[in-house]
Design a protein around this ligand. Structure first.
Ligand SMILES: NC(=O)c1ccc[n+]([C@@H]2O[C@H](COP(=O)([O-])OP(=O)(O)OC[C@H]3O[C@@H](n4cnc5c(N)ncnc54)[C@H](O)[C@@H]3O)[C@@H](O)[C@H]2O)c1
Length: 415
């Protein structure tokens, strides 16, 4: 019989602060514990949210009777931490990216395939209004055949990244801040692939050699010997389509969002720019302005938000749009903070429903690899000056696994 889960949050930095209240409010979560390597940080978080289960590391937490772990550690640690948690028999939610090597992703998939545990990548773009809208229209056949898509994550280092990397990086923060842009490709790649269901099969990518005086992106300046601060990839997809992805970390850009999507099909297309979102189709004169439909409610950023979330605060003042299926969320989420264009509440709900029912969520391990592997190969291509490279296929979720449709599962009553 399904029963509520005990959930442990790993990493009590900034991003986790936005998810802890959601996990606590979910009717199918019986308790929330926290772990952080930094004693002061974990204590402060525990006091803030009235949490009594406090651990000095994820490793220590894994020895407890907690059922599920939600990882919010720094991005380059995700793969090894996820594998360890799965090996300890815990369901795993992990903030993006899934991992920073193919071997780590294969290891996560192998653990899930062997154990049947739930793994979920916390991809915020999956629940952006434009992605929700395009997924619906693609599955309704309105695009026809997918032809071409373009998506980008444009986020200059000076827009909060210095602060983010310094927050946990100590004196060596630049070594992690120089993470290759295409090692964090999932915000852009997932928007298109989660709509079409295809995978990227080949990639050619070019890199922009950084010139900034901070020396973050330069040979010898970071753990990856990476000199590129901006990367542009052209990919072939398994449905015969083409995509262009931009991952930029030095760019003069201040649009309403840092993540953008356009998709073109043989019958219809969605096009997005800094100030507009439209649907158009073969029918002459058919141009629908989607600005109102896809706009998210905004919340005020308070003084407390500044202290809690630092540079993340602006990403956390988005509520839902008209295309978000809010009726599937627990009623206990009403009035709680959302974030990243309405996505947080849906991600938290997906994971809890998956862990309780034992069904794989939409963003399971195989989907996560589809969002992440192409970027790793893209960076390899950029280092070979754009050579077209094949992208390994880490496979599909096994037919014997049950898949969760979060919209069909009502979490509004106590189990
Ligand atoms: N839109 C998005 O999807 C989005 C937005 C922001 C951040 N993120 C991701 O969320 C993650 C966290 O970001 P953040 O800004 O909160 O980071 P942060 O640096 O503020 O916090 C990370 C915390 O993890 C802790 N930690 C590391 N290893 C641990 C271990 N073994 N056990 C226990 N604690 C451990 C660190 O001590 C630190 O306090 C990052 O990976 C980032 O990529 C995603």
């Amino acid at each position: 019989m399904n029963k509520p889960i005990k959930l442990g949050v790993v990493g009590t930095g900034r991003f986790a602060q936005a998810f802890i209240p959601l996990f606590q409010a979910h009717p199918w979560v019986s308790s929330v514990a926290v772990a952080d390597l930094l004693p002061e940080r974990r204590q402060q978080t525990a006091e803030r949210f009235g949490i009594t289960g406090v651990y000095a590391s994820m490793e220590e937490m894994l020895g407890s009777d907690i059922d599920a772990i939600a990882i919010f550690a720094q991005r380059h640690l995700h793969g090894p931490l996820s594998v360890k948690a799965l090996q300890a028999g815990k369901h795993v939610y992990c903030a993006v990216p899934m991992a920073s090597s193919i071997e780590e992703m294969e290891a996560i998939i192998a653990e899930v395939a062997k154990s049947g545990l739930v793994y979920m990548t916390g991809e915020t773009s999956y629940y952006y209004p434009c992605t929700v809208y395009n997924r619906q229209r693609y599955s309704a056949g309105d695009f026809g055949h997918f032809v071409y898509g373009e998506a980008q994550y444009l986020h200059d280092m000076s827009h909060g990244f210095y602060e983010s990397f310094q927050h946990s990086g100590g004196t060596d923060w630049k070594k992690v801040a120089g993470f290759p842009p295409m090692y964090y490709p999932t915000h852009s790649v997932s928007m298109i692939l989660s709509a079409t269901g295809a995978r990227a099969t080949h990639v050619s990518c070019l890199g922009y050699k950084d010139r900034h005086e901070d020396g973050i992106f330069q040979a010898g300046g970071n753990l990856w010997d990476n000199a590129f601060s901006n990367e542009t990839a052209l990919m072939r997809t398994s449905d015969g389509g083409m995509c262009r992805f931009n991952e930029f970390r030095r760019v003069g850009w201040s649009g309403k969002a840092s993540v953008y999507l356009s998709m073109y099909g043989t019958l219809g297309s969605y096009e997005e720019h800094a100030g507009s979102s439209i649907w158009t189709s073969l029918q002459k004169g058919n141009v629908e302005d989607l600005s109102d439909l896809l706009a998210c409610q905004t919340a005020t950023v308070t003084k407390e938000d500044n202290e809690l979330f630092g540079s993340l605060r602006k990403d956390l003042n988005h509520g839902v749009s008209k295309v978000h299926p809010v009726s599937r969320l627990p009623q206990s989420f009403a009035g709680l903070r959302n974030g990243h264009f309405g996505s947080h509440q849906f991600l938290a709900d997906d994971f809890v429903k998956a862990a309780v029912t034992g069904k794989q969520p939409p963003n399971h391990a195989w989907a996560a690899a589809k969002y992440c592997v192409p970027g790793l190969i893209a960076h390899e291509s950029a280092m070979r000056d754009g050579e077209m490279l094949p992208i390994p296929d880490l496979g599909e979720v096994p037919a014997s696994f049950e898949l969760l449709n979060p919209e069909e599962v009502q979490a509004n009553q106590i189990l």
